[in-house]
Design a binder for this molecule. Sequence first.
Ligand SMILES: Nc1nc2c(ncn2[C@@H]2O[C@H](COP(=O)(O)OP(=O)(O)O)[C@@H](O)[C@H]2O)c(=O)[nH]1
Ligand SMILES: Nc1ncnc2c1ncn2[C@@H]1O[C@H](COP(=O)(O)OP(=O)(O)O)[C@@H](O)[C@H]1O
Length: 232
Amino acid sequence: MSATTSNKKKSGASASDPAASGFVEIRRRGLMLVLSSPSGAGKTSISRALLARDPLLEMSVSATTRPKRPGEVPGIDYLFVDAEEFNLMVNREEFLEYAKVFGNYYGTPRAPVEAALGAGRDVLFDIDWQGTQQLDARVPKDLVTVFILPPSTRELERRLHTRAQDSAEEVAKRMAKAADELSHWPEYHYVLVNHELEQTIQQIQAILQAERLRRERQVGLHEFVKALREGQ
Ligand SMILES: Nc1nc2c(ncn2[C@@H]2O[C@H](COP(=O)(O)OP(=O)(O)O)[C@@H](O)[C@H]2O)c(=O)[nH]1
Ligand SMILES: Nc1ncnc2c1ncn2[C@@H]1O[C@H](COP(=O)(O)OP(=O)(O)O)[C@@H](O)[C@H]1O
């Protein structure tokens, strides 16, 4: 957990070592920031920028049975596994959630998420509505969900084509699913239209900044205020 602020419990304590000197610290539990959208709306681009700008944020790397795209790095973009390995991971209950999307399986490994949250780091998820529903049922308090809309259907299709990493057939499959995906927007805390990438990134940074300050995420607040009220 990361300390955000502290006050002094005993007089004469050193400011350089709050824990040893009896400072009351406010720590923060990490949060889970979920981005969902129809394929091609911009989740990957947004995620990369957020991670590059925010040292407290780390990516949840999903396991998938989907074939690797050109340029994707195993272990960074996805853990690429076959169906047999994926099933083993399901049976060993290694996933926080998993779902079938576009004919392939995708799942969120549990262990790295739990380690990050406990250490006060935030975790970013690029997962679909099915995964978001599962997380909402299991860990609602830690969850902040953002749905990204494309400016138009035509622009969505243009982005899928300009990404140029899927076959025409794959692009058609993703466009056919877009209307379905879009219907889930009311299930999310925040909804943004990704017109201009930089503006969208800044909007999500603002969400993150505010959500980090939520009272429920600040551990030790009660003791901190008690110390203040006692004049410390
Ligand atoms: N439920 C769930 N969905 C995931 C996971 N990882 C990725 N997805 C979703 O699977 C869909 C397809 O992802 P991908 O194959 O990378 O294609 P892209 O969205 O077109 O770049 C997207 O909607 C992702 O958000 C996961 O671990 N769980
Ligand atoms: N705001 C934007 N304006 C124009 N192009 C964008 C914008 N956001 C993303 N893109 C482009 O659209 C394509 C799809 O984006 P990507 O991040 O891969 O989407 P997703 O992960 O949601 O499938 C990429 O070529 C990306 O560079």
